[in-house]
Design a protein around this ligand. Sequence first.
Ligand SMILES: C[S@@+](CC[C@H](N)C(=O)[O-])C[C@H]1O[C@@H](n2cnc3c(N)ncnc32)[C@H](O)[C@@H]1O
Length: 294
Amino acid sequence: MATIRSVLSKTDLPAAEARTLLAHLFAHYFQLPKSALISRDEMPLSGPFLTDWQALEARRMNGEPIAYLIGKRPFHQIELAVNSAVLIPRPETELLVDLALQEMARLKQQNPAAARHILDLGTGSGAIALAIAAAFDEPQEAISQPRIVATDLSAEALRVAKFNAVHLNLDQHIELIEGDWYHALPQPLFTGTFDLILSNPPYIHAKDQHLQQGDLRFEPLAALSDGIDGLSCLRTIIAGAPLFLRPQGFIAVEHGHDQLSSVLQMMNRAGLQAVKSYTDLAGHPRVVSARKLN
Ligand SMILES: C[S@@+](CC[C@H](N)C(=O)[O-])C[C@H]1O[C@@H](n2cnc3c(N)ncnc32)[C@H](O)[C@@H]1O
């Protein structure tokens, strides 16, 4: 009779990956936590459990990302549902969230009662928008809760973002709009509205070999690359920002490790000021922020 112990001893997957997949099945079949993999490692496993295990194991052996197999990924202080319609949120994008929270803290000091507006362009699973909304979802923070507009070109991605917003009980703080970058925003309704514009756009060069490697092979191509030089979405987002930012408004965008000088030029060309670069945990330039002065 197969048990967790025998399954773990037979699989070719790395032990940590096998445990994550088995924990997912344990939660699904028995509503048991991951620790039960140890405490019940001799429990006989049913036929359906083993069939599901073999299917997950085969998909993982084929390279499919763990996050898609178990349908979720932690990000900042929240957990997001993900599927193959959305980019799997990356740890480096948490930098954008932290910068946004710092900027919100600065604004709160200036005027605690002012209503603040944030735009997340290309929201995917809702990662950036929802991580920020979650940070204000405490009774003592309620007064500073920003209104967040999150857009995406992909209706399928927005369905995932909507699911996450409802599941995290944050949907009352977020407006999801489908459309191509700023074309999603009716004017003049949104002109000069936002205190913060944030985006992690598709920035991989169409010819980058990484698109054919690892997790990226399974993620939506339109979430990874602009199909050109990797810079066209950044150009559109940065060039359009002054029209939608309030005076003193703040923009921060994620970019590729070799795109810093191009992004700095774009910020300067758009007339944005106080341009700053930030490195990710691996020490690569990863985010540039700037401010509209008036
Ligand atoms: C790199 S993913 C980022 C997803 C999410 N913000 C995150 O950080 O995990 C880029 C997102 O931009 C969206 N996107 C691509 N082209 C777009 C466009 N022209 N207008 C709006 N969104 C677009 C993709 O569908 C994708 O969800």
